[in-house]
Design a protein around this ligand. Sequence first.
Ligand code: HDE
Length: 682
Amino acid sequence: MAPNPDRTEQGNAGETQQRGGETLTTNHGIPFSDNQNSLRAGHRGPTLLEDFLLREKIFHFDHERIPERIVHARGSAAHGHFECTDPIPELTRASLFAKKGKKTPVFVRFSTVAGGAGSVDTPRDVRGFAVKFYTDEGNWDLVGNNIPVFFIQDAIKFPDLVHSVKMEADRGYPQAASAHDTFWDFVSLMPESLHTVIWAMSDRAIPRSYRMMQGFGVHSFKLVNDQGETRFVKFHWHPRLGMQSLVWDESAKMQGADNDYHRRDLYEAIAAGDHPEWDLGLQIFDQELADSLPWDVLDATKIIPEEIVPLRVVGRLVLDRNPDNFFAETEQVAFLPSNIVPGIEFSDDPLLQGRLFSYLDTQKSRLGTTNFHQIPVNAPKCPFANMMRDGMMQTQVPKGRANYEPNSLDQAGEDPGPRASAEGFATAPQEVSGPKLRIRAESFGDHYSQPRLFWRSQTANEQAHIASAFVFELSKVGLGHVRSRVVSHLRNIDEDLAKRVAAGLAIELPEAAKPFRDPIDIAPSDALSIQKNWQPTLKGRKVGILFAEGSDKAELDALVAAVGKAGGTPFTIAPKVGGIALAGGEAKADGQLAGSPSVLFDAVALVLTEEAAQKLARDGAAVGFVMDAFAHLKAIGHTPGAQPLLDRAGIEPDEGVTDLAALPQAAARRYWDREPKVRDLA
Ligand code: HDE
């Protein structure tokens, strides 16, 4: 047989990428002639052990899964870049912040925390927001969350926290849910968790999209300039599409409608060229300001309100490329808070200090080798060289004799290998003194003032969501003493909140828990509310347009165009997808009604004749489509003919129920003041 030209061109020794070539081969390059049948003795006889093609294929398949992340197992990621818009060389020598317009490639992974890799995208949960910057002085990983505080103050409590929130040890459920006994038992015994818990009970924990949530570095870090001057910094990501969350009932129904809602949303937006962007804002402060605050800036359960230290926006994050392969990139990416570059340093936050160990350690168990940094998504994009050698899955072929330092091989005319440089990473000196002991500083002792600050910074509607979330979660708790103990803590946050939750559970108001330090009042911060920062825009949002036989084609086409013009994505829905006769032509639909419930859209339109609306009024999917859109506080645009369906769904006209012409504008927001009409909140 003549050599296959594809194959003779294949890679050099040491090249591990699969490349070119149309011939199917084994992992060792041996061509297959038949990929349908295993080798057997006789037409209907047993399979032969000799069949190395079969064995290699099955062997590789058997080992396709690697251990999932213990936390943040389910995630979605994208490539992009960070652009410096306001250089800060006076604050940090980090090269990515040195020049206006400088671009640094990034890989960003968003995640839920509690559920396994196959769990749903929309439970009530904190979201991970992890950014790997491939800077020209090495990788910097900013491994943050969409909530600016954390449940615990000291790393030593992390395994307990995670055990309590994950599936219960004996029964293996619930999956991806905090609404169960063990989590709330832990919370009730660990009042330091209350600040993050109140954020988690707010709409922050049910984001509409990864593209519409903030991100935070959580801990205080340090910036160091080339004079060695040090300042504290907190990192904030602000989505350009504005913040938006789901309604709780919507997020619960989403778990049936689309398990992959956030993953699909991110992938489709990027594929359509609708690239999500965030501004990077820094809160920069010095020791003097830190000393003036009534809480400790090393305590990860505390924020610094933006009213006290305003944000300075220094750059822009753009995600513009989907991964080519989910496993190779999104699954194998290894984030390490210990990946830091010259100009950025750790603070002594005891949670951060523990993380510096955990992430390196976990990669060895997930990726199986100390050489995980050689996986393309993890490898720096700048040159890297050292004397670390060998190990499992070594894919590099280091040359030369020198694998130790110092050496004097240069004197023999040989390559002595890399040496440390005065320009390299050097920790800024810091005085450390005091006894060696296990203790929590008293400055970490106030657990109620900041949850109170958060509660008092919300709109009345947001407060009702929070109180209702507490009632929902605690009503799934079977242990009465745990419910009561949680409410006893809520009394120290806000008496009204505690009363509403107790009333929602129909339990007696327990005595208030005894605080270690009495809470103080901090001036409310508007920056903490989603609704107060609402950006009315259709950009990045989707409008579901229901039509049926006999609908006016010109009207449908005009609405599709108007939604697109307003920056939204139209999605047409009909009882049948393949093609329907309309007045003025025929149209195909993007989705079938039963498979496209209104939870998938930010607003809906009904382009229907009266006859079609009467028919649809007898179809549960159509009635549910309209009822849910109304209950989820969405705009509903409609033709006059749609009235029978609106009547059947019990829709009371309000500002958000419009004609088709007004819909693109009306669709840019939700109608919070409708909520008391559709739901009893705590
Ligand atoms: Fe993590 N965390 N974490 N965490 N974390 C992991 O690392 C850990 C904490 C966060 O998309 C693990 O590679 C400890 C705070 C994100 O791949 C693990 C402590 C914050 C991700 C781990 C914390 C985070 C992780 C699991 C307490 C917000 C996903 C797999 C000291 C600032 C990154 C892995 C990705 C992942 C440990 C606390 C965010 C086990 C011990 C605080 C976004 O190493």
